[in-house]
Design a protein around this ligand. Structure first.
Ligand code: SF4
Length: 494
């Protein structure tokens, strides 16, 4: 982070930022990153920043068609580059957070818990224990003498008070440094309280966000295989990698229900411990956010022989393909006929309105920067459906295969970028003169500062963007943002 501070040569501002960083580092690096960005924006807001890729990052950027495909990815972020990516702990939190009847206890300084408090807009149809962010609030004395006693006391008190179905205990950077034995504490509390108490080995510094996904999958895998599966239908699935933002998993479950398919477990949107414990009884794992939950699907295949398929629920094309793929798997003509009927009805319902947006948006340019690359594929197709050109696409956690596939489906000259940062993104948006930027909460200010429209496709959104209904919501939101009269008063920076 510090490397970026002197860019504009504002010494006094740098000092303030440095002091703030120093203060916040003792309270969680994640918080420091946010405050750094906030301060930088406050002080540099009106200054045009010359931004380009750092030399060490050039091999993480590819321009479609300019040379044979090659990209470096899935590696630790470059120190000082102010990556948009989060830490290992945060990766595990985003996956496990939506399990609504579990206790989520962050063992670490309070900053780690605040950083991930209510981190997703994941809705629950029942309990809402997940929305509370509990922390052991480790202090200096705990760091010196160890925090195990404090952790055990916190678990006992919280379990007595909230009666969760299970508890997840997250390890943070400092716990990895002082070496508290989470396994031993969790084992003791499991025996005493008679519920699964599971350590999540997610020390923030030990890798990148993808390692956090793996830590979450390892934790959930300990639950699977412990529930009764005697009454599960042979036409059954688990939904992996949908987090029920704005109620999306309820729409997806409804499609499968109309097809005559039983959904055993949502992993993890609107998730329940009991469902996850019996998820090994499903015939198929349907995996959307494959970066986050494919490890779990692979482990279930190895141990229980459950096959998996990758899908996406974003955009008409991918949503339809997801329903057809699942129907094909069961080789049942009735299920296939129901899938066709649903798709026919839903597309007929939204198509006329989509055409209206396409007429207005044709030829406009979009840039995409999202957490997982599965979403990027669907977004490229969804933008094409409404006549728009995607000129930049990137993700925090894509693999080489993902980026290669993106290079194959995008137009010549499209920028493909892995693990980017605000300065790079700024320069790409300016270079390509985009009309709308799609990303998450950390990308929003980048777009607005440049006078560019923005569409939130991440944790915090309140609008369902998955499914057929989601496609029309997406088109409507893009239309409203790109065509808004506000841009007449906020000149676009170039
Ligand atoms: S685990 Fe480490 S990197 Fe992650 S928020 Fe906590 S202190 Fe920061």
């Amino acid at each position: 982070m510090a490397d970026c501070v002197p860019i504009c040569g504002k010494i006094s501002v740098n000092l303030l930022i440095t002091q703030d960083l120093f203060f916040n580092l003792s309270h969680g690096t994640g918080v420091a990153i946010y405050r750094f960005k906030y301060l930088k924006q406050q002080f540099y807001g009106n200054v045009t920043m010359e931004a380009s890729a750092l030399k060490e990052r050039e091999d993480q950027i590819h321009r479609t068609g300019e040379k044979p495909f090659e990209i470096v990815c899935d590696k630790d972020s470059l120190a000082g580059a102010v990556s948009q990516r989060a830490c290992v702990f945060c990766g595990s939190r985003v996956v496990l957070y939506p399990i609504a009847d579990a206790l989520h206890l962050v063992h670490g300084p309070i900053g780690c818990a605040v950083y991930t408090w209510d981190i997703r807009g994941a809705l629950s149809s029942g309990p809402e224990l997940h929305r509370l962010s509990f922390s052991t609030d480790l202090q200096e004395l705990d760091v010196i003498f160890g925090g195990e006693k404090k952790l055990e006391n916190a678990l006992n008190e919280l379990i007595d008070r909230h009666h969760p179905k299970a508890a997840f205990v997250y390890s943070t950077c400092i716990v990895g440094i002082i070496g508290d034995d989470l396994e031993a504490v969790c084992r003791r509390v499991t025996a005493e309280k008679n519920i699964p108490v599971i350590p999540v080995q997610s020390e923030g510094f030990k890798g990148n966000k993808r390692s956090g996904y793996k830590a979450a999958c390892d934790a959930m895998f300990r639950l699977i295989g412990t529930g009764d599966i005697s009454d599960i239908s042979k036409h059954s699935i688990n939904i992996l990698g949908d987090f029920n933002l704005a109620g999306e998993i309820w729409m997806i479950r409804d499609y499968f229900k109309r097809m005559g398919i039983e959904v055993v477990a949502n992993i993890t949107g609107d998730g329940r411990i009991g469902d996850i414990q019996r998820s090994h009884g499903a015939a198929l794992n349907v995996v959307q956010c494959s970066g986050a939950t494919m490890d779990l699907a692979n482990m279930m295949e190895d141990k229980y022989g459950i096959p998996s398929m990758r899908v996406s629920y974003f955009g008409i094309e991918d949503m339809s393909e997801a329903l057809y793929d699942v129907a094909r798997f069961f080789k049942d003509p009735e299920i296939m006929a129901r899938a066709s009927q649903i798709i026919k009805e839903e597309v007929a319902r939204i198509y006329p309105e989509l055409q209206k947006y396409k007429k207005a948006l044709s030829g406009k340019k979009a840039a995409i920067y999202v957490g997982g690359s599965f979403k990027a594929f669907s977004l490229v197709k969804a933008f094409r459906l409404i006549g728009m050109d995607v000129v930049m696409v990137g993700s925090q956690t894509g693999t080489e295969e993902d980026y290669q596939e993106l290079a194959e489906i995008t137009d010549p000259g499209t920028i493909i970028v892995d693990d980017s940062n605000p300065l790079e993104l700024t320069s790409f948006l300016k270079e390509k003169e985009v009309d709308i930027f799609v990303g998450g909460v950390k990308e929003r200010p980048i777009a607005y500062k440049l006078g560019v429209g923005f569409c939130d496709h991440n944790h915090e959104r309140k609008e369902a963007l998955a499914g057929f209904e989601g496609m029309i919501n997406f088109a409507r939101e893009v239309y409203s943002s790109v065509m808004s009269p506000v841009w007449k008063f906020v000149p676009r920076k170039s």
